[in-house]
Design a protein around this ligand. Structure first.
Ligand SMILES: [Ca+2]
Ligand SMILES: [Ca+2]
Ligand SMILES: [Cu+2]
Length: 326
């Protein structure tokens, strides 16, 4: 396990893996709109209008983006849904092939011998043998009570495989942000500019002192059900917080800088996104996770960007699917 360029944040560590599944050999499912909401064609301001972001994440400059109409899942893909995919295809995830994935230290449920190492620079991430989507906290854990929680320990390639079978695709980064905004113009969060009111949390992030003490004010140390909290104006649930969500695009810090001046940018997709077999390409993750906290990782905002290599997995990365409008 090596650190990624987000060392010091909660964002999940990268994992080096020898090889993985060949997604192209999987059956391609018939196009499905199940569980999806339609986002009308429109123009929005993409990026961080508040100056909240980390410069190296490339959330600025804010620029105008025009998108065609598209469909996107209201909720992240659940363990139950992923189980149906695996049952139908016998698909083996990258974490299962490799036999190891990253688990947050306070969540680990594994024998000491299965805890292999701490990730350099992000010591709250442990490489745990036998951690995978069926065993999100390690070999001693299960998903019996987590059917309606987002699937985790899935790589970008695993997400691609699921999408192919489900008759869907991953959202582009621009589609993800536009949908997460819920129709609000340049707001910080899917519901507005303020994090919360009266101690009532609107998303699953970290409360307390990271990484040792979580007061659980929002009710969850790790994942929450995909139906928790209120939907945004487009009907999306848990766009920010809960789990990071893979997007189609290759991640480039300079992406927005290169778009500025050519606005509105129409249906943008980052260059280098097309090489879907490259396991080392950093892919965009959006929305932040249950580990985010203002003190060190303020990425539970709609404009926030992060990335991990296509083959990496951890206990706080999942995904939702999208589709072209019919
Ligand atoms: Ca929480
Ligand atoms: Ca999320
Ligand atoms: Cu974070």
């Amino acid at each position: 396990m090596t650190t990624d360029h987000h060392a010091g944040s909660c964002c999940a560590p990268a994992v080096d893996r020898a090889d993985g599944a060949d997604v192209a050999t999987l059956p391609r499912g018939e196009r499905s709109m199940r569980g999806q909401v339609r986002i009308p064609a429109g123009t929005f301001w993409m990026g961080d209008s508040h100056g909240d972001g980390y410069v190296a994440d490339g959330e600025r400059p804010v620029h105008q983006v025009r998108l065609s109409s598209y469909l996107i899942d209201a909720k992240a893909v659940t363990n139950a849904q992923f189980a149906a995919f695996v049952k139908a295809t016998a698909y083996v995830t990258d974490a299962e092939r490799d036999g190891v994935s990253a688990v947050f230290h306070l969540a680990v449920d594994a024998a000491p011998a299965d805890i292999l190492q701490r990730a350099a620079g992000v010591p709250w991430w442990l490489a745990v043998r036998g951690a995978d989507w069926r065993h999100p906290a390690g070999p001693r854990s299960g998903i019996g009570d987590l059917q309606n929680h987002p699937v985790v320990h899935v790589s970008w390639l695993d997400a691609q495989a699921y999408c192919r079978w489900a008759g869907k695709r991953l959202p582009t980064e621009a589609e993800w942000e536009h949908a997460a905004r819920g129709g609000l113009d340049r707001a910080r969060y899917p519901w507005g500019d303020a994090l919360g009111t009266g101690g009532r949390w609107r998303c699953n992030i970290w409360q307390g002192e990271f990484p040792q003490r979580n007061t659980l004010d929002d009710g969850y140390l790790t994942t929450a059900p995909v139906t928790a909290f209120q939907a945004n104006g487009y009907g999306l649930l848990n766009a920010v917080g809960n789990v990071w969500e893979w997007c189609h695009d290759a991640f480039r810090e300079t992406e927005y800088a290169e778009r500025a001046g050519a606005e509105p940018v129409v249906d943008p997709v980052a260059a280098e996104s097309a090489d879907v077999d490259d396991r080392q390409v950093p892919r965009v993750m959006r929305g932040g996770s249950y580990l985010c906290h203002d003190s060190y990782c303020n990425r539970y905002r709609v404009a926030a960007r992060s990335s991990n290599t296509a083959e990496s997995s951890s206990g706080n990365i999942g995904f939702r699917c999208a589709n072209d409008a019919a």
